[in-house]
Design a protein around this ligand. Structure first.
Ligand code: FAD
Length: 302
């Protein structure tokens, strides 16, 4: 109930305006967002690298409705790759296709993605296309497959809560595509997604067991100790080396677990979001854990 309300609110433009213009909530967003400027994200990435963690930088934004905004987002992503190289960071980049104009046209969006992936490849780097709500799943996979056929420096994300994901994993593996596996963060109807957490978790383990021994380098994105333990068991059973996959976690979530995995010799990548358009991302993080909401409410009223 709380989760649904927060996810619904994450789509409200007027609530977004109020939250992002309020100094207290802006300060509180720093729990999950590195800052509004690229410099702040670079500083957070440097700190992660110093702690032997890899990074994926995410310039926040989604559902842009004009070509100008989509082109501005593309330019911001080109700049991120330049900065990563100039600063010698061990970092790649994540983006969303609706930020690059998927709502305007798939062809326009594909052209934008191609230019960013070309920049990634020029630095031997990599771009991860995040997965959004299920209205976009098929289109996202199609665009990624088309771009990937011209340039392999791109991969995408599969959400374990969708019924279709097993088929998508098989399909993408046939293309040699690198996949990030996550549970899924959007509000989805029971016609497309498992409504019960235990079914999502069971599907997560099933998909992880398809990915790990596939011979491609994938990202296992979760903070759930049970998913992590299942992954470690699977890697040992299938003789997949610790270098041949990575765990991925969100900035500001379970830093204790992030550090423990590094100490245990695993590769860990931290997803660091930044930018002015942090509201929907922030709301999805609140929705994932009701305790977060209580924590923020207490701080807000204090
Ligand atoms: C690197 C990365 C990239 C992602 N990319 C996408 C994407 O492209 N598309 C998409 O739909 N989703 C994405 N997600 C979000 C993901 O789908 C889940 O919503 C989120 O990771 C929570 O699921 P979980 O696997 O951690 O398990 P859960 O069962 O939700 O949580 C397990 C435990 O982790 C901790 N935890 C989880 N979330 C939080 C939080 N917000 N605050 C505090 N503690 C928390 C709690 O201790 C919780 O008990 C991404 C997640 C990660 C880590």
């Amino acid at each position: 109930m709380i989760r649904s309300t927060l996810l619904k609110l994450s789509e409200s433009k007027s609530f977004a305006r109020w939250v992002t213009s309020n100094n207290t909530t802006r300060r509180m967003s720093h729990r999950f967002v590195a800052g509004e400027a690229l410099d702040e994200a670079i500083a957070a990435a440097r700190e992660c690298n110093d702690q032997r963690m890899l990074v994926s930088l995410d310039y926040l934004g989604e559902n842009v409705s004009t070509t100008e905004d989509a082109q501005r987002a593309r330019d911001a992503f080109l700049e991120v790759f330049d900065r990563i190289a100039a600063e010698r960071l061990d970092a790649n980049v994540s983006c969303k296709l609706t930020q690059l104009g998927l709502d305007i046209s798939a062809e326009f969006c594909e052209g934008q993605l191609l230019s960013i992936v070309a920049r990634a490849r020029s630095y031997s780097n990599f771009l991860r296309v995040d997965m959004e709500g299920s209205l976009y799943t098929a289109r996202t996979i199609d665009v990624v497959k088309r771009v990937r056929s011209q340039n392999p420096a791109v991969g995408t994300v599969i959400q374990a809560y969708l019924y279709r994901s097993e088929q998508d994993v098989q399909d993408l593996l046939a293309y040699g595509c690198r996949i990030r596996l996550c549970k899924g963060a959007y509000k989805e109807p029971p016609e497309v997604a498992f409504p019960r957490k235990q079914d999502v978790d069971a599907n997560y383990v099933k998909l992880m067991r398809m990915l790990l021994p596939s011979g491609f380098y994938h990202g296992i994105a979760t903070h759930d100790p049970r998913m992590i333990a299942a992954t470690i068991r699977c890697a040992a059973e299938k003789k997949v080396s610790k270098q041949d996959f990575e765990f991925q976690m969100l900035y500001g979530v379970r830093t204790d677990l992030q550090q423990q995995l590094v100490r245990d010799g695993f590769r860990v990548r931290i997803y660091i979001p930044y930018g002015q358009d942090w509201f929907p991302y922030f709301m999805r993080r609140l929705a994932e854990r009701p305790a977060n909401l209580a924590f923020f409410a207490r701080n807000f009223f204090r």
